[in-house]
Ligand binder design. Structure first.
Ligand code: NAP
Length: 258
């Protein structure tokens, strides 16, 4: 019988803001599978809330990590090196774009808004992977990042976040190619819309949820728990032959022509 047992494996989960976060759903499924967890939060503002969540998963480490700050990423690596010695799973659930850059005309995206969105939402996958590599390559590892269909389709209001997701998915393929020989797998999970803090920043998000539910073959929206389960699969040995892939967890929405 196949099962997923991650006992003794260390999982670094980045991007938990609150109980709605997709990264939180993934953290919960990793915990159920027996993994040791480290959650990171972006700034002091979120610390108390994330600490409350972390406390519900006994043994979970909680560290600050701003992905725009190399010293902050390196201090997570140093701490995990001394606590665990190796990291077998990395979840990258981090993204950011300024509100004004998701509301105005895409054609008028200012340079700073473009750079910031690409840095936080795409470059961070490359940089975090590189800085964690000594720990990831010790026993081999699986990395999962979170993406959205706006990487390949024009989606109203997604603007610069669509650009960031296109770069993110290309980075997944290039990293998969480069890190495969080190037994480090890299995949993206493309989620359908789920109401989270980041998603609520997109204008018209509620209408989008309705439209997705109507058009998707499953005739409903997905849940964050479904994202958690699919990510667990990619992070586990059941997906040992899969790398460089974008796996859609969207009720089948992306296969529809209209
Ligand atoms: P979320 O709960 O708001 O998570 C986004 C996370 O990114 C937050 O924890 C946020 O922290 C963090 N972050 C932003 N800037 C950061 C920085 N400089 N350093 C470290 N962390 C930073 O929203 P979510 O929907 O779960 O988003 C997780 C991922 O799923 C994102 O990549 C998103 O694009 C993707 N996704 C979401 C959906 C959806 O419909 N929800 C669909 C497809 C893909 P702060 O709150 O402190 O900024």
């Amino acid at each position: 019988m196949y099962s997923i047992d991650l006992s003794g494996k260390g999982a670094l989960v980045m991007g938990v803001a609150n109980h709605r976060s997709l990264s939180w759903a993934i953290a919960q499924s990793l915990h159920k599978a027996g993994a040791k967890l480290c959650l990171t939060y972006a700034g002091e503002r979120l610390k108390a809330g994330v600490a409350e969540l972390a406390a519900t998963l006994p043994g979970t480490l909680l560290l600050e990590c701003d992905v725009t700050n190399d010293a902050s990423i390196d201090s997570v690596r140093t701490r995990l090196e001394s606590e665990w010695g190796a990291v077998e799973a990395l979840v990258h659930g981090v993204a950011f774009a300024r509100k004004e850059d998701l509301e105005g005309a895409f054609v008028a995206t200012p340079r700073e808004g473009f750079q910031l969105a690409l840095e936080v939402s795409a470059y961070s996958l490359i940089n975090v992977t590189n800085r964690m590599l000594p720990l990831l390559e010790k026993n081999g590892a699986s990395i999962v990042t979170l993406t959205y269909l706006a990487s390949e389709r024009a989606v109203p209001s997604y603007n610069v976040m669509g650009s960031a997701k296109a770069v993110l998915e290309q980075s997944v393929r290039q990293l998969a190619y480069e890190l495969g020989p080190k037994n480090v797998r890299v995949n993206a999970l493309s989620a359908g819309p789920v109401s989270t803090l980041a998603a609520r920043g997109i204008r018209g998000f509620t209408d989008m949820l309705k439209m997705h539910a109507e058009k998707a073959p499953l005739k409903r929206n997905i849940t964050k728990e479904e994202v958690g389960k699919a990510a667990l699969f990619l992070l586990s040995d059941l997906a040992s032959g899969i790398t460089g892939e974008t796996l859609y967890v969207d009720g089948g929405y992306h296969v529809m022509a209209w």
